[in-house]
Design a protein around this ligand. Structure first.
Ligand code: SF4
Length: 233
């Protein structure tokens, strides 16, 4: 995209601070059903599901956890079986050796440090083996106490297209979003971008012509309606 065109597009939609609330409100109206796609019944299952979801789809994780959670109900259960058995039980989620190591390390630490419960605070979650910022963010947000904003591939792409960040690195993108998005929306915001990214703002073929954000988005492919374009019509 030519530089002048980008500048013009940014000027057309206005500053991001003025756009962010309308963007969130329109997405809330558009995707009322936007919630986490992983299936879980308690905090332990939530943590395990999110750990297993690295590098695979939520559908795939749900397929595996349907059986897994019948067999492994407490942290002790993940340590009571041979390593190979747990590896086999989660094999279909990919990277199963590393994930088994992380799961067992996490379960051991939950028992040693947190009375077998999943801790509530971000700092404690981040101390668990194999639990990175994204995993911890998802867990904390699902419990309604978001301390940050989850940045996955959809959140990254849409934040960039919507001109909410110019960063590439997820940590820096999160920093930009935290400054911009009002705190009451931190839980919902990633789900909204994820669902919008799956349904409308698709990576290769964004459907700008049906997008509720097309007048607020500098990357929109729909021609802006301006006095000049009216005059041409
Ligand atoms: S207008 Fe197009 S590029 Fe912008 S958010 Fe909508 S679909 Fe994506």
């Amino acid at each position: 995209m030519a530089r002048s065109y980008v500048k013009e597009a940014r000027r057309r939609v206005g500053p991001k601070r003025a756009r962010i609330v309308p963007i969130v409100e329109r997405l809330l109206a558009e995707h009322e059903d936007a919630t986490i796609a992983l299936k879980f019944r308690n905090d332990l299952e939530l943590l395990v599901s999110v750990m297993l979801s690295a590098q695979t789809t939520d559908v795939n994780v749900n397929r595996v956890t349907e059986r897994l959670f019948e067999k492994y109900r407490r942290p002790e259960d993940y340590l009571a079986v041979p390593v190979e058995e747990l590896e086999n039980d989660i094999r279909a989620t990919g990277f199963f050796r590393q994930k088994t190591k992380s799961l067992r390390g996490t379960m051991a630490m939950l028992l040693e440090e947190f009375d077998g419960e999943v801790p509530a605070r971000m700092v404690d979650l981040l101390s668990l083996p194999g639990v990175a910022r994204k995993t911890a963010n998802v867990v904390v947000a699902e419990r309604g106490q978001a301390e940050g904003i989850v940045v996955d591939t959809h959140v990254r792409r849409l934040s960039q297209r919507l001109g909410l960040t110019r960063q590439e690195d997820p940590v820096k993108i999160e920093r930009d979003l935290i400054r911009l998005v009002p705190r009451e929306y931190w839980n919902a915001f990633p789900h909204l971008l994820i669902w919008h990214g799956r349904r409308v703002c698709i990576a290769r073929t964004p459907r700008c012509e049906v997008c509720v954000l097309n007048d607020l988005c500098p990357a929109s492919r729909v021609e802006a309606v301006t006095p000049a374009s009216h005059a041409r019509a």
